[in-house]
Design a protein around this ligand. Structure first.
Ligand SMILES: Cc1cc2nc3c(=O)[nH]c(=O)nc-3n(C[C@H](O)[C@H](O)[C@H](O)COP(=O)(O)O)c2cc1C
Ligand SMILES: Nc1ncnc2c1ncn2[C@@H]1O[C@H](COP(=O)(O)OP(=O)(O)OP(=O)(O)O)[C@@H](O)[C@H]1O
Length: 275
């Protein structure tokens, strides 16, 4: 899979290199079940047409850029993990657009001409609520017209969980409230974060969310080895406790992956059993 970072200055170069493609459009934080449907649909259509499957995403998050950094987005996963997830879904090329104020103020037609048509897009796929162009004026229904009737489009209908749209926003709420069952259902997998451990303190890597206070059943991976454990989070305290003391020695000063399985207690006064 090829990963291409696009900004105003290199756009022309990448337009010259572009090959025919079907593109999936969106920010895709967390790569949840709704996102997988969008990318899966793009892939099916690309295979039928015998062209490549592309994803076009943006960085940083539009909300962060358009508020001049005042609205901080609690990213679920960093860009590298998003890219890994795209690769797992069989994507051939990922375009990451440098989302700036100048880019945001582009008229919808110009975006479709410069960033889709001239980058080889034959067909675009996005969800029913995707928007593009200044003030988000364009939608999946306007791509055909904005492209001078060159690019056809598929609108993916709402993927729901318990009667509501699965969204990155709802998933962030579930992480904050430690609703792990719901989180796993909406993501289509357990939520995984990376962290480094220093003498009882857990330093979550950037662009991950720490679940809300409580005690969690987790699986910790260190290289290829996995350990079941529990993590106690008290944000006030910022300290990390494991049920397995021997584990603490193994992972001290190391970078680990944590799969968040279940919340076993909300109480921060929970007594952990060390063994
Ligand atoms: C060319 C372009 C211009 C945009 N301009 C704005 C804007 O003026 N205001 C805004 O809130 N979002 C703007 N956006 C962001 C989109 O509304 C949307 O958040 C983004 O395309 C990601 O789609 P998704 O949130 O459905 O994944 C723009 C997006 C594109 C591609
Ligand atoms: N539940 C869903 N069903 C169908 N399409 C979806 C769903 N969620 C997102 N999409 C589509 O996936 C792409 C990426 O969406 P986006 O990154 O805005 O996700 P989101 O979960 O809606 O995020 P947010 O909560 O920030 O709005 C867009 O094309 C969007 O329309």
């Amino acid at each position: 899979m090829e990963v291409i970072f696009i900004n105003e200055s290199n756009l022309g170069y990448w337009q010259d290199q572009a090959e025919e493609n079907v593109v999936a459009l969106g920010f895709f934080d967390g790569v949840h079940k709704g996102h997988m449907k969008v990318i899966g649909t793009a892939r099916e259509i690309a295979e039928e047409k015998g062209v490549s499957t592309n994803v076009m995403t943006f960085f940083p998050h539009p909300k962060e850029v358009l508020s001049d950094g005042r609205n901080k987005v609690d990213y679920l996963i960093p860009l590298e993990e998003k890219i890994n997830a795209f690769e797992g879904l069989g994507v051939d090329t990922v375009y990451i657009i440098d989302f700036t104020r100048t880019f945001a103020s582009m008229p919808p037609e110009e975006y479709v001409q410069e960033y889709l048509l001239k980058l080889g897009t034959l067909h675009a796929v996005a969800g029913y609520d995707f928007s593009y162009g200044f003030k988000g004026a364009g939608s999946i229904d306007t791509i055909f017209n904005d492209s001078g009737e060159e690019i056809t489009a598929t609108k993916v209908e709402k993927v729901e969980y318990q009667g509501e749209k699965i969204s990155s926003t709802k998933i962030r709420e579930a992480v904050a409230q430690g609703r792990m069952d719901e989180l796993t259902e909406m993501l289509g997998r357990e939520y995984r974060t990376r962290a480094s451990i220093e003498d009882g303190y857990m330093d979550l890597e950037d662009y991950y969310m720490l679940p809300g206070d409580g005690v969690y059943e987790v699986s910790i991976s260190l290289g290829d080895v996995e350990y079941d454990s529990q993590i106690y989070i008290d944000k006030g305290d910022q300290k990390l406790y494991f049920t397995h003391r021997c584990l603490m020695k193994k992972i001290n000063h190391r970078s680990i992956s944590i799969d968040w399985k279940d919340k076993v207690s909300s109480s921060t006064k929970y007594q952990l059993v060390a063994n």
